[in-house]
Design a protein around this ligand. Structure first.
Ligand SMILES: Cc1cc2nc3c(=O)[nH]c(=O)nc-3n(C[C@H](O)[C@H](O)[C@H](O)COP(=O)(O)OP(=O)(O)OC[C@H]3O[C@@H](n4cnc5c(N)ncnc54)[C@H](O)[C@@H]3O)c2cc1C
Length: 394
C-alpha cells in the first residue's frame, strides 16, 4: 500500500506540545507564494535548523534569498516534538557495526561528529538564549541481557584497544554487574557508564521529508511522561539512562527538573508486531502492545522507587524516518539538480541533525561540495544507495 504523502491530521498529544509556542501555527502569508529561491519542506529539527543555518550564513553578505518553509501540521509536530529529548551520542553500541560495514575511518568520523553535537548544542542554547529545558549530565547504559552485555563489553574493549574515536571512548567507563546498583537500576548485568553527555528537551526545529520515497519508510515510536506525587520518597535521578532490556531495543530515560521523567522505547513489546509500527504514518493512536508498557516502569526498574507512587502522566506516538540502510540520507538527490534531502534520522536525530543541517545550508547557499561540508561521508545520498536492494527492516 502506498504510504500517504502527508502526516495524519489528528495526533496524540506529547508532553512537549502541551503548551505550544506562539510560532506553533504561524503562517507568514495567507496564500503560499508562487515562487521562492529556497523551499524547505517540513518544520522539524532538520528543516528549521537548515533554515537557521542558511540565514546565519548570509549574515553580513547583503544577500536575502526568498525562503519558504512549509509544514503540513504545526511546527515540531512530527518526530521532533514527540521524542525522548535524549541527545546522546551512540558510540560503543553503533561503532562496531559501522566499522564492519564502512571501515574504521568512516566509523571514527561518525563518532566524532555525534560527539561534537553535545558541546555545539550547549553553546547554541547559550548563544541564542533558547528557552528550553537543557541539562548537561552523565548518562548510563544498562544491560539486562548477559549475552548482549558481554558483546557490548567486547565492543567497548576493542574500540578502546584500537584507538577508534579515542577522545569519546576514553570518556566512557565500564561498570560490572556487582556495582550496577550504583546506577540505581534493578537486576542489571554489566552496566556501561558514559560521562559528559547531555539531555535536551523541547528543541524547536525542520525537515525535508519524502525526498526519497521508497527508501525512507515511516516507523512509529512510542514515548511517555511519568510523574511522581508530591512528597514521594525515592532516590534522586541525576543522570540520563539507556536501558537495554531482554529481547530487542533500547529504552531511554531523562529526568526533568520538574521531577517528571520522560521514558521512551518499548520496542521489546512491539518489534514483532510489524503492522503496528513499520510504514505507519498515523500518530493519532498508540502502539497497542506497548500502550501499558510504561505503567510501573520506575518501580520495576529502579531501586528505591518501589513505593514512589510514580504513575504515567501521558503516552504518545511519533513517526520517524527509517532508511533502508539505517543511515541518514543527505545531500543533493542524484538526478535532481537543486533538490537536497536531509532525512532518515531514525530514532537518533538529536546528536546528528544540527551539524548535518549546517553542511546542507553550505551546499544550498554557497554551492559547497558535500565532501567539504563537514558531514560524515557515509550519510551522502548516492545513486548506489538509492538503487541498492538492501533493506534492514524487510
Ligand atoms: C517517539 C520518538 C522518540 C524519539 N526519541 C529520540 C531521542 O530521545 N533522541 C534522539 O536523538 N532522537 C529521538 N527520536 C528521533 C528524532 O526525534 C528524529 O530523528 C528527529 O526529530 C527528526 O527530525 P526531522 O526534522 O527529520 O523530522 P520531523 O520532526 O518528523 O519533521 C518533519 C516535518 O515534516 C512535516 N511534513 C511531512 N510531510 C510533509 C509534507 N508533505 N509537506 C509539508 N510538511 C510535511 C511533518 O509534519 C514534520 O513536522 C525520537 C523519535 C520519536 C518518534
Amino acid at each position: 500500500m502506498a504510504e500517504p504523502f502527508f502526516p495524519s491530521k489528528e495526533s496524540t498529544l506529547p508532553f512537549w506540545r502541551t503548551e505550544p509556542h506562539e510560532l506553533d501555527t504561524h503562517r507568514s502569508t495567507p496564500e503560499l507564494p508562487k515562487t521562492c529561491d529556497i523551499l524547505i519542506i517540513g518544520a522539524g529539527y532538520a528543516g528549521i535548523t537548515s533554515a537557521y543555518h542558511i540565514l546565519k550564513s548570509l549574515e553580513g553578505k547583503g544577500s536575502s534569498p526568498n525562503i519558504v518553509l512549509v509544514e503540513a501540521r504545526q511546527a515540531c509536530s512530527g518526530a521532533t516534538g514527540r521524542n525522548g529529548g535524549h541527545l546522546r551520542p551512540a558510540v560503543y553500541s553503533l561503532l562496531p557495526e559501522y566499522i564492519r560495514n564502512y571501515g574504521i575511518s568512516a566509523a571514527a568520523e561518525v563518532a566524532a561528529f555525534e560527539d561534537t553535537h553535545v558541546r555545539t548544542i550547549a553553546d547554541l542554547v547559550a548563544e541564542e538564549k533558547i528557552d528550553c529545558d537543557f541539562t548537561l549530565t552523565k548518562s548510563f547504559d544498562v544491560h539486562s541481557n548477559v549475552e548482549k552485555a558481554k558483546a557490548a563489553k567486547q565492543a567497548y574493549d576493542e574500540l578502546k584497544a584500537n584507538g577508534v574515536a579515542k577522545s569519546t571512548i576514553d570518556g566512557l567507563i565500564w561498570t560490572d554487574a556487582d556495582r550496577a546498583e550504583e546506577c540505581g537500576e534493578q537486576g542489571a548485568e554489566p552496566a556501561n557508564q558514559h560521562a559528559g553527555y547531555l539531555t535536551v528537551s523541547q528543541f524547536r526545529s525542520v525537515d525535508r521529508h519524502n525526498g526519497k520515497r521508497g527508501k525512507i519508510h515511516p516507523a512509529r515510536g512510542i514515548c511517555s511522561r511519568i510523574v511522581v506525587p508530591p512528597g514521594s520518597k525515592h532516590p534522586p535521578l541525576t543522570s540520563s539512562y539507556g536501558l537495554r532490556p531482554e529481547g530487542v531495543g533500547l529504552d531511554y530515560l531523562i529526568p526533568r527538573n520538574d521531577g517528571s521523567i520522560i521514558v521512551g522505547g518499548a520496542r521489546s513489546r512491539f518489534r514483532t508486531h510489524r503492522e503496528q509500527w513499520h510504514s505507519v504514518t498515523d500518530d493519532s493512536t498508540l502502539i497497542t502492545p506497548a500502550e501499558n508498557y510504561f505503567d510501573g516502569y520506575m518501580q520495576r526498574n529502579f531501586l528505591g522507587w518501589e513505593d514512589s507512587g510514580a504513575t504515567v502522566d501521558r503516552v504518545w506516538t511519533g513517526i520517524m524516518g527509517y532508511n533502508s540502510d539505517s543511515l541518514p540520507s543527505v545531500g543533493e538527490v542524484p538526478g535532481r539538480e537543486g533538490c537536497f534531502v536531509i532525512a532518515g534520522f531514525e530514532g537518533h536525530g538529536m546528536p546528528v541533525v544540527y551539524l548535518t543541517a549546517k553542511g546542507v545550508a553550505q551546499m544550498v547557499g554557497d554551492g559547497v561540495a558535500y565532501e567539504d561540508a563537514g558531514i560524515p561521508l557515509v550519510y551522502k545520498t548516492t545513486k548506489e544507495r538509492l538503487e541498492s536492494d538492501r533493506d534492514d527492516y524487510a
